[in-house]
Design a protein around this ligand. Structure first.
Ligand SMILES: Cc1ncc(COP(=O)(O)O)c(C=O)c1O
Length: 381
C-alpha cells in the first residue's frame, strides 16, 4: 500500500485563493479576500525604489534591519508602554503568517494542545497540526462572538501549551476589550500557557475604542508572542513584511526556526519601512480612514435583505441572510459569485466543522467605487 503524501489531508486550497480565483474567472467584484484594491502611499513606493537603486538588494540580517527593529521598539513603547529590546526581542519576518508559523513550530511540542477560538484565521490550525500538536477549539458565541473565559478555562489541562487570540478579529470584526484581556490574564496566571496574539489589524479599531494589545499588560506580555503586519497597516499586503515581539528566551527559539523557513524579509522594503515609520499619521489615522468606509458600506447595504452584524475593528463586515435563503454560506458565496458577480467569503471556512453556518464576510477595505458597485448588487439579492 502506498504511503499518504499529505501531512495536511484535511486542508485544501484555502478559501481566499478559491474565491479570488473564482471572482477573476467570472469577472465578479471581489469583496472577498482581505486586501485593499487601492494604491499604497506613493512616498513609500519611492522609498522602496530608492533603496533598490541604492543597492540594498541582498539578504537583510536574519532578525531584520536593526534600524527597522529600533523603530518598531519605539513605536511599540509609544503605543503600548512596553519596552522590547530590538536586539533580542523583535524579529522582522515576511508577513505575520511567517511569524505565526515560526512561533508555533518553535514553542509547541508534539502532543501538546493549543487552544484556538473559532471562527479563526485559517493558518492557525494547520500550523498547529504541522507541529504535531493538537488544536482544541472553543466556539465564540454567535451572534456577538463573545468569549466566556470560564468555559475556556475548562479546556486547559496539563497538555495545554498555548492559546491563540486575534484582535481586531478576522472574520468577525469583533475586538477584545480590556475586560477580556484581564480575564485572559487571570486565566493563564499560574499556568505554563503561552499566548500567541495576532494583532495584524491593531490600527483598525472603530468608534473611539482602543486596541488592547497583549504588550500593554505586563503580566501577559511576559508569556506572549505578539504578531503584527506592515502589509495590513500600509495597504501593501504583497510586500510581505511583518514582525514578532516576544521576550528574549522565546525570541531565541522562534529565530532558530525562522532562519530555516525564510531566513530574512525583503531588504529594500525594510529600508523603506524604517524611513517611513516616523510618519505616525499613516497608522494613527487608519482607524478613521476605514471607519468611514465601514459606515458608508453599511449605509449602502442597509436596504438589502442581509442583516448586518457589528463591525468594531478590522476591515470586515459580517452579515446573516435568513431573509434571502436557507442555503449554507459556502454554497451561497459560490452562487452569488456566479449569478450576481460579487465574491464574498463564507464564515464557515473559519471553522473546523464547515456545516450549518449562515454568515458571509464582506471586506470593505476597497475603493469607494468598488464598494458602491458591490453594494448595488448586494441590494438586489
Ligand atoms: C487575522 C490575520 N492574521 C494574519 C494574517 C496574515 O498577515 P500577513 O499578510 O502579514 O502574513 C491575516 C491576513 O489576512 C489575517 O487576517
Amino acid at each position: 500500500m502506498r504511503k499518504s503524501l499529505s501531512k495536511l489531508p484535511l486542508v485544501g486550497t484555502n478559501i481566499f485563493t478559491k474565491m479570488s480565483g473564482l471572482a477573476a474567472e467570472v469577472g465578479a467584484i471581489n469583496i472577498a479576500q482581505g486586501f485593499p484594491d487601492f494604491a499604497c502611499n506613493p512616498e513609500l513606493i519611492a522609498l522602496v525604489d530608492q533603496a533598490m537603486k541604492g543597492g540594498f538588494n541582498q539578504y537583510a540580517p536574519m532578525p531584520g534591519l536593526l534600524k527597522l527593529r529600533e523603530g518598531i521598539a519605539e513605536k511599540t513603547f509609544e503605543l503600548y508602554r512596553r519596552e522590547y529590546d530590538p536586539g533580542t526581542e523583535i524579529t522582522v519576518m515576511p508577513g505575520a503568517t511567517a511569524g505565526i508559523y515560526s512561533a508555533i513550530q518553535a514553542l509547541v511540542q508534539p502532543g501538546e494542545e493549543v487552544i484556538v477560538l473559532e471562527p479563526c484565521y485559517d493558518s492557525y490550525i494547520p500550523s498547529i497540526i504541522l507541529a504535531g500538536a493538537v488544536p482544541v477549539r472553543y466556539k465564540m458565541k454567535f451572534p456577538g462572538y463573545a468569549i466566556d473565559w470560564e468555559e475556556v478555562r475548562r479546556l486547559i489541562n496539563s497538555r495545554t501549551r498555548m492559546m491563540v487570540i486575534n484582535t481586531p478579529h478576522n472574520p468577525t470584526g469583533n475586538i477584545l476589550t480590556r475586560e477580556d484581556m484581564l480575564a485572559l490574564q487571570s486565566l493563564v496566571r499560574d499556568t505554563d500557557l503561552l499566548v500567541l496574539s495576532d494583532e495584524v489589524y491593531e490600527h483598525i479599531v472603530f468608534d473611539g475604542e482602543k486596541h488592547w494589545s497583549v504588550s500593554a499588560f505586563p503580566e501577559l506580555a511576559e508569556r506572549s508572542i505578539m504578531v503584527a503586519s506592515f502589509g495590513k497597516t500600509y495597504h501593501a499586503t504583497g510586500w510581505r513584511v511583518g514582525y514578532v515581539l516576544a521576550p528574549a528566551e522565546m525570541t531565541a527559539e522562534i529565530r532558530k526556526v525562522y532562519q530555516f523557513i525564510a531566513f530574512s524579509a525583503s531588504t529594500p522594503v525594510q529600508h523603506a519601512l524604517a524611513a517611513f515609520l516616523n510618519k505616525k499619521e499613516a497608522y494613527l489615522q487608519l482607524n478613521l480612514f476605514f471607519e468611514k468606509k465601514r459606515d458608508r458600506f453599511r449605509e449602502m447595504i442597509s436596504g438589502s435583505r442581509f442583516s448586518l452584524l457589528p463591525s468594531r475593528g478590522s476591515y470586515f463586515q459580517c452579515a446573516t441572510y435568513e431573509r434571502i435563503t436557507d442555503e449554507g454560506d459556502a454554497e451561497l458565496a459560490i452562487r452569488l459569485t456566479h449569478e450576481y458577480k460579487v465574491a464574498t467569503i463564507p464564515v464557515s471556512a473559519f471553522y473546523q466543522d464547515h456545516t450549518d453556518h449562515r454568515v458571509l464576510r464582506f471586506c470593505f477595505g476597497k475603493k469607494d467605487e468598488t464598494l458602491e458597485k458591490a453594494a448595488e448588487i448586494l441590494c438586489k439579492i
